[in-house]
Design a protein around this ligand. Structure first.
Ligand code: FES
Ligand code: FES
Length: 194
C-alpha cells in the first residue's frame, strides 16, 4: 500500500461535531417513533426478513463456516449482528445510502443492510472483526496513528470501504478516493479522508 488514509482535525471541525451529533440523536429518536421513516421501515419490514419461511443458508464469515436458519431475504447485516453477534458492523440508514454497514463479500465492499443473506450463501464474508486478527491491518494502523475517528460510529464501514478500494487500486487519486469512498460520516470527517 503506497497511500494511507489521512485526516487532520481542526478546532472548528470539533466544535461543529457536537452540534451534528446532537442533531443526529434528535433525528434518531424521531425516526424510531415515525413509521413512515425509511429507517423504521427497513427495520420493521425488511430489516428482519419476511420471516414467512426460513431455510438453512451456509455462510463463511471471517473464515468460519456457519449454517443459519433464516428467511432468505433477511439482510446480511442482521445475520452478522444478531445471529453471529459480530456487532462491529453498524446500522444507520437501512437503505444503502450511508455505508456504515459496509463489509466484504468475496472481497467486494457491500452495504449489508440491503444485501440479502441468500446472496452471500457459499461466499466469503469478511467483517471488521475479520479484517485482521488483532487490529493490525495497515489501514487500522493508519487510522490509529492519524487519530481519524470522531465519534467512531461510521468508522468500521469507512475502514472496510478503504480496504476494498485499496485492494483493487493500491494508489488511488483523490478523485478515485472520492468515487470509491462514498460513506457518510455524521461527524463530517469524510470530506478529509485521503
Ligand atoms: S445502514 Fe447500510 S448503507 Fe446505511
Ligand atoms: S459518524 Fe462520527 S466519526 Fe463518522
Amino acid at each position: 500500500m503506497t497511500r494511507s488514509p489521512r485526516l487532520m482535525k481542526s478546532g472548528r471541525h470539533r466544535s461543529r461535531a457536537g452540534a451534528h451529533y446532537a442533531a443526529f440523536i434528535t433525528h434518531a429518536a424521531k425516526r424510531l417513533a415515525c413509521k413512515t421513516c425509511p429507517a423504521f421501515y427497513s427495520i420493521s419490514k425488511v430489516g428482519l426478513g419476511s420471516g414467512d419461511s426460513t431455510m438453512a443458508i451456509d455462510l463463511s464469515v471471517n473464515g468460519v463456516r456457519h449454517s443459519i436458519d433464516v428467511a432468505p431475504d433477511t439482510p446480511l447485516l442482521w445475520v452478522v449482528r444478531e445471529q453471529l453477534e459480530l456487532t462491529g458492523t453498524k446500522f444507520s440508514c437501512g437503505i444503502a445510502q450511508c455505508g456504515v454497514c459496509t463489509l466484504h463479500v468475496d472481497g467486494q465492499a457491500v452495504r449489508s443492510c440491503s444485501f440479502p443473506v441468500s446472496a452471500a450463501a457459499g461466499r466469503n464474508v469478511t467483517t471488521i472483526e475479520g479484517l485482521s486478527p488483532d487490529g493490525n491491518h495497515p489501514i487500522q494502523q493508519a487510522w490509529i496513528s492519524l487519530d481519524v475517528p470522531q465519534c467512531g460510529y461510521c468508522q468500521s464501514g469507512q475502514i472496510m470501504s478503504a480496504a476494498a478500494l485499496l485492494t483493487r487500486n493500491p494508489n488511488p487519486s483523490d478523485a478515485e478516493i472520492d468515487a470509491g469512498m462514498t460513506n457518510a460520516c455524521r461527524c463530517s470527517t469524510y470530506h478529509r479522508i485521503r
